[in-house]
Write a protein that binds this ligand. Structure first.
Ligand SMILES: Cc1cc2nc3c(=O)[nH]c(=O)nc-3n(C[C@H](O)[C@H](O)[C@H](O)COP(=O)(O)OP(=O)(O)OC[C@H]3O[C@@H](n4cnc5c(N)ncnc54)[C@H](O)[C@@H]3O)c2cc1C
Length: 337
């Protein structure tokens, strides 16, 4: 039986210093884990600049956090590979938790692997569910064998660590009292191992996948000629965000932040339009909570059609120009009214 107490969550901030929704998802999930194991507290650790954290603390409290530990320094204006993972690890050492949960974002993945290595414990990555199993151990569920199966994994070393993709759990609020703890750590004592010489923002021409009501995603079928240009054109007419499969990312048609699937993002739009995507399990698992799914594919046996509400069997290079033309006509009519 572990002496460690509590569930510690990495409180990742957005660039504008708001809290990432995945943190609130994890706090909500931690509440249901806490109910099953005796005497646990839910702690969120935020590493960030010196700002007023009142709103964030209350937001996290409303999701069920018992304590928010804040490590702040004016040099931490944004995520820093030199300091953020180390400072989070130091908090995990100071308040040894039983369980550590981290959002599987780009930065979260770095924090998780760094912390697991430093604490010499296991890490189950990209989980799709979390529960409490035998001997009150964390039971993490994740896809395996290329997404053909799901595996339930019991971690027997402490702390038990897991990362979870964004949009996996619902955020639910409750009435709850929360404590803020400010922790000062001298960051000058941390050895700087990485020097960033130049940072260049990757240009992403798409709207945000997590907030858009409509997503049009392209797959390998669209990775030729003007396939993605047509997708962007339609997206503009429909106020939609553009995403894609791993194939589309690997062929350079989308950025990593636009990749949807097991190793990309989980999305929950009201409407998901899959264009030239076959419907591999690793893709389907991350779109299953979409409101409606429309699939455009020239192969009538493509697995995507099993999950789609509406299937269009056809060549995307004919279907998309037709749809774009229809939107042009509708828009013209609306403007003339
Ligand atoms: C561990 C692991 C993690 C993975 N993570 C992800 C992930 O995060 N996201 C992800 O997407 N995949 C992921 N994959 C890869 C996944 O298994 C598939 O290989 C991938 O999703 C296939 O992408 P696709 O559908 O674009 O391409 P394909 O499977 O090649 O399908 C292309 C489709 O386009 C159709 N098509 C071709 N031309 C046209 C046309 N002119 N008009 C209409 N339709 C056309 C074809 O009929 C076909 O169905 C992962 C795999 C593994 C093993």
């Amino acid at each position: 039986m572990a002496n460690e107490n509590g569930i510690l969550i990495f409180g990742e901030l957005n660039k504008d210093n708001t809290i990432k929704p995945v943190v609130k998802e994890l706090v909500t999930k931690a509440r249901s884990l806490k109910e099953k194991i005796w005497n646990q507290r839910i702690m969120v650790c935020i590493v960030g600049p010196r700002i007023n954290y009142n709103n964030i603390v209350h937001e996290l409290g409303r999701c069920g956090a018992d304590e928010v530990v804040i490590v702040c320094d004016n040099r931490l204006t944004e995520y820093d590979s030199n300091y953020t993972p180390e400072l989070f690890t130091q908090i995990a050492q100071k308040y040894p938790p039983r369980i550590i949960l981290i959002g599987a974002t780009t930065n979260g993945k770095e924090v998780a692997s760094y912390t697991a290595t430093k604490l010499e414990t296991g890490l189950t990555a990209d989980c799709t569910n979390l529960d409490i199993g035998e001997n009150n151990l964390l039971l993490s569920t994740r896809p395996t064998f290329g997404g053909q199966l799901t595996a339930d994994i019991l971690c027997r070393t402490f702390p038990q660590m897991a990362t979870v993709q964004e949009n996996t759990f619902k955020i639910e609020e409750t009435d709850h009292f929360v404590n803020a703890i400010f922790n000062w750590i001298d960051i000058d004592k941390i050895e700087k191992k990485i020097e960033i010489i130049k940072a260049k923002e990757k240009i992403n021409h798409s709207r945000d996948l997590s907030t858009s009501k409509i997503i049009i995603a392209g797959g390998k079928g669209a990775c030729k000629d003007n396939g993605f240009a047509l997708i962007y054109q339609l997206a503009q007419k429909m106020n939609a965000a553009v995403g894609g499969s791993r194939e589309a990312y690997e062929h350079g048609y989308i950025t990593k932040s636009q990749q949807i699937g097991q190793t990309g993002k989980t999305v929950t739009p009201e409407l998901y339009i899959a264009v030239g995507i076959s419907g591999a399990n690793q893709h389907l698992t991350s779109i299953k909570n979409s409101g409606k799914i429309i699939a455009i594919n020239k192969d009538r046996n493509a697995p995507i059609f099993k999950q789609a509400d509406i299937g269009i069997v056809g060549d995307l290079f004919e279907v998309l120009p037709n749809l774009i033309e229809k939107f042009d006509i509708v828009n013209k009519e609306e403007n003339n009214e």
